[in-house]
Write a protein that binds this ligand. Structure first.
Ligand SMILES: NC(=O)c1ccc[n+]([C@@H]2O[C@H](COP(=O)([O-])OP(=O)(O)OC[C@H]3O[C@@H](n4cnc5c(N)ncnc54)[C@H](OP(=O)(O)O)[C@@H]3O)[C@@H](O)[C@H]2O)c1
Length: 251
């Protein structure tokens, strides 16, 4: 089966392409680095020729409010139009658990816009909502840093390994379209401040992590369960402590 992975050179995309190829699929890694650009349309029609499934695991180069909204709206519109022309039968997109609860954040408003376009299109789809990747701990800390202090709300979070995200996306991509949103998450819950404190200390990062109930997460106020999935979430196996012991975090 020909499966085009938009963002196939990224963190999740590169793992997904490897897994699909290992399982005998004709997986194409499509991104600006490989001559396929969903914003300009460059290379898109050729990449999609003969494809049954398109998986969108791309991300915006800028997280600035207007830029990220333009990225996901333009990219998704161009992609869905090209898929309709190419006869693609399943559009899979990766988004984030709790997206619909994070409307105060420009990034999440852009993900909501992406999901709305997918749900309104004629292409059968599956939207995968994943929790925060373990690899994202450093970026969460960076966004919450003021001087030498990292301020985070002590709310629940159920993060997962990028490798488990890629496995879950693969399983959904090779299956029937859900025409719905599926949640995937890690095996354990943490307090957000504890998770980041543990991740930073493992890297000998000297910043102090402070629990602050009013601290915002990428611009959004969090409540106890904003970031955690419902009871039906499919769970990855990798535990944070094991991942810390084996992997050098990438971001
Ligand atoms: N971070 C988290 O914890 C988290 C949690 C749940 C869901 N997600 C979602 O997961 C998705 C993937 O995240 P990631 O961290 O794997 O991304 P990433 O490593 O930043 O990779 C982004 C990919 O997008 C590609 N891209 C950028 N502009 C493009 C364009 N104009 N046309 C086609 N491709 C383009 C990049 O290609 P080049 O390499 O060629 O530039 C790259 O392959 C995102 O949509 C994000 O919302 C993230």
């Amino acid at each position: 089966m020909k499966i085009v992975v938009i963002g196939g050179t990224g963190l999740i995309g590169s793992k997904l392409v490897t897994k699909l190829r290992e399982h005998g699929h004709d997986a194409v890694a499509a991104s600006p680095n490989s001559g396929v650009n969903t914003i300009t349309g460059e290379g898109l029609a050729e990449a999609l020729r003969g494809a049954s499934v398109v998986v969108d695991v791309s991300n915006s180069p800028s997280f600035e409010d207007a830029a990220v909204l333009t990225f996901f709206e333009t990219s998704t519109r161009n992609l869905l139009a090209a898929e309709a022309k190419a006869g693609v039968r399943h559009h899979v997109a990766l988004s984030v658990v709790g997206t619909e609860r994070l409307t105060e954040s420009g990034y999440f408003r852009a993900k909501i816009a992406q999901e709305k376009l997918i749900k309104g299109s004629s292409i059968p789809y599956s939207i995968v909502h994943a929790t925060q990747f373990f690899e994202f701990v450093k970026s969460i800390a960076a966004a919450a840093t003021d001087g030498n202090t990292v301020r985070l709300a002590p709310v629940l979070i159920q993060p997962m390994a990028a490798d488990d995200v890629a496995s879950a996306v693969e399983m959904i991509a090779v299956g029937k379209p859900e025409n719905d949103t599926v949640e995937v998450a890690g095996p354990e819950q943490f307090r957000l401040d504890e998770l980041i404190r543990q991740g930073l200390s493992e890297q000998n990062d000297p910043r102090e992590v402070v629990a602050d109930p009013d601290a915002r997460y990428f611009g959004a106020k969090l409540t106890e369960r904003t970031l955690v999935p419902g009871d039906d979430a499919r769970l990855g196996e990798t535990r944070f402590v094991d991942w810390l012991g084996h992997v050098v975090p990438q971001k």
